[in-house]
Design a binder for this molecule. Sequence first.
Ligand code: CA
Length: 226
Amino acid sequence: MAISGIAPRVLLVEDDRTLADMVAVLLTEEGYRVQVAENGQVGLHHGLTGQFDVLIIDRGLPILDGLDLLRTLRDHAIVTPALLLTARGTVADRVEGLDGGAEDYLVKPFEVPEFLARVRALHRRHLSTATSLPIGQRRLVPATRTVVDPAGTAPDVVLSERECALLATLARSPAQVFTRAQLLELVFDRADTDGTVDTYVYYLRRKLGRESVVTVRGVGYRFGVR
Ligand code: CA
């Protein structure tokens, strides 16, 4: 059942076709819109480009493991709540899954009512946190990659995926000074260079004001609007 009135969107990454079909039918009957991906790479593509309210990710996936998929999404500031499905259920597995960025963990085979209850709980969590970050008087909404002004005096500022990921990383730890190497690791690709970080800091300053990112000489950058 939809909580918000509009059909909540679920990304289901599961390589077991039979299980994926069954879960997709169950969720559709409950009022969710379901996007199915059958491997980690396709799941990553949808996760980075689509808008979802809940992620359901099988841990054992071809091409890209479910835990690596989830970590990569978190590294890109995708904070959508995630339920990790697994055939394994040891305490170590559970801890690894939760540490990897999952909000919840369900061992296969699972009971349908419990599964649906957990998805509903995650969706409620998504609605209640709405996951926006304070940017001075404004707020960054990662789901829409937009900086909005709740007072309505400044126009919305739309960010690119990387600008959004960089700003979200800085804004989540406003007191921390990040080196370029740390930002490369957290936000960008291995192939990128320090110059990439500087370029995206320049883009953010151009869109949000010079003070939005502070240069800490000889070290790197920190968030500027507190
Ligand atoms: Ca699997």
